[in-house]
Design a protein around this ligand. Structure first.
Ligand code: NAD
Length: 425
């Protein structure tokens, strides 16, 4: 039995989201059959960095921005995870997301552990010049703690290719030579990978196809509702449409668009390109609350966290829930869906296409040898199919949910590596 050295005092990252990640881990541990000393190591992040970034604003004043980077596990390799710019960023959120990244990377058999970071700010109120100075100072202050063999950042909420280009440039300027492998999700012109931007949405659909095979369903016969019409949901809707499935509803922040006869997905994209959102699209419109109750076979959640909760899980009219977003289904909703016999394809498996192609980007940068779109797509499909099959086998074998099975499959791989390496010294 391992003594908790700090008990019972709370640690700095003990927030509700971190408690949720910890609760999922504790729930999975009895099935994972790993030793207590290994479990104890995996309960906490290895390293958490808190910074205060002084940033000169366009009006000449200097503002201080709290910033964080949490690295959960370096057992399997460098840590990997996004950087988000959001007013809600805190140490506990980063710690929880870093832990989930560890399980996701291990499940996909990527030689990485999990990390997550961010800056507490409202990115919509900052100019491009201010965002550039903020990003460059963050990268510079973080430089001793990141690196291609240490920790490799990527985009997340409100960060993008441009943010990664600034990070890559700042890190490279300090080194004195170009280091494209310091971040993933970069522009292709500086070592980014083709297919990275579509990878998450396309991966979601690859997982759906695999699930349909297992469940004896024919994808073109199914009606899909997709919540979120951005990077993940927009690409997923297109892929589904191209495979001949009926996309009967899509929604963005402005609300839902529904047509049980099937929506013209390319026309929706065209409209969003022109108008910025689905607002005003000429079709039957629903509020975001009503939208999740639209009759369909498959509901794809690709907007954000906490969408299906205790309050609405009983009202869903679908046979399968697919998590393209991170954490869209609450713990209470999971239980209600299980009672209703509605399976959930969990986020750690279903949206892992993004980090998998990030891994391909890092490998290409390290080897200075670049692959084409067809090769990346094929390798991604193989990785996701392999992970899916292992999750399915654990779920059937242990009689547990696909979510628990995905976490257990990831935890077991990290634990096996930690068991082999041992606790230093
Ligand atoms: P995005 O900003 O490109 O798109 C989000 C979409 O959701 C937008 O269309 C937005 O209008 C819509 N939306 C927001 N709130 C909504 C609501 N309440 N109801 C309906 N629609 C709403 O973001 P993204 O990159 O597509 O990410 C979506 C989710 O997927 C996030 O949870 C993110 O963490 C996760 N994810 C993204 C990636 C990736 O590679 N982009 C990888 C893994 C996980």
């Amino acid at each position: 039995m391992v003594e908790l050295a700090h008990a019972p005092q709370a640690l700095e990252w003990d927030t509700p989201l971190y408690a949720q990640a910890r609760a999922q881990l504790e729930h999975a541990l009895p099935h994972a059959a790993i030793s207590e000393h290994v479990a104890e190591r995996l309960r906490y992040p290895e390293r958490a960095v808190i910074l205060t970034l002084p940033v000169r604003m366009d009006d000449g004043t200097v503002r201080s921005f709290p910033a964080y980077r949490v690295q959960h596990s370096s057992v399997l390799g460098p840590t990997k995870g996004g950087v988000r710019y959001d007013e809600g960023v805190n140490l506990g959120e980063c710690a929880a997301l870093a832990m989930w990244m560890t399980w996701k990377c291990a499940l996909l058999r990527l030689p990485y552990g999990g990390a997550k970071g961010g800056v507490r700010c409202n990115p919509r109120t900052l100019s491009q010049a201010e965002l550039s100075r903020l990003t460059r100072r963050f990268t510079s202050d973080l430089a001793p703690f990141i690196g291609p063999e240490i920790d490799v950042p990527a985009p997340d909420i409100a960060t993008n290719e441009q943010t990664m280009a600034w990070m890559m440039d700042t890190y490279s300027a300090q080194k004195g030579y170009a280091v494209p492998e310091i971040v993933t999700g970069k522009p292709i012109s500086i070592g980014g990978s083709v297919f990275r931007s579509e990878a998450t949405g396309a991966g979601v659909v690859m997982v759906i196809e695999r699930a349909c095979e297992r469940l004896g369903l024919s994808l073109p016969d199914l009606r899909f509702v997709v919540q979120g019409f951005g990077n993940v949901g927009g690409v997923a809707a297109t892929e589904l449409h191209e495979l001949g499935a009926a996309v009967v509803g899509v929604a963005d922040i402005s609300g839902g668009v529904v047509d049980q006869g099937g929506l013209d997905v390319p026309a929706l994209h065209e409209y969003v390109r022109e108008h910025g959102s689905l607002e005003g699209f000429p079709a039957r419109r629903l509020s975001n609350g009503q939208f999740l109750e639209v009759d369909c076979e498959v509901l794809v959640l690709a907007a954000r966290e906490d969408q299906v909760t205790e309050a609405n899980a009983g009202a869903l009219n679908c046979h399968l829930v697919v998590e393209g977003a991170n954490g869209p289904t609450s713990v209470a909703a999971d239980a209600i869906l299980a009672d209703r016999k509605i399976p959930v394809l969990p986020d750690v498996l279903t949206n892992a296409g993004g980090v998998t192609v990030s891994y391909f980007e890092w490998v290409q940068d390290l080897s200075r040898l670049f692959w084409d779109r067809a090769e990346i797509r094929l390798r991604l499909a193989e990785k996701l199919a392999d992970a899916f099959d292992r999750v399915w086998a654990v779920s059937e074998g242990d009689g547990i949910s696909l979510r628990s099975a995905a976490l257990i499959a990831g935890i077991r791989d990290v634990a096996a590596a930690l068991e082999a390496r041992g606790i230093y010294p």
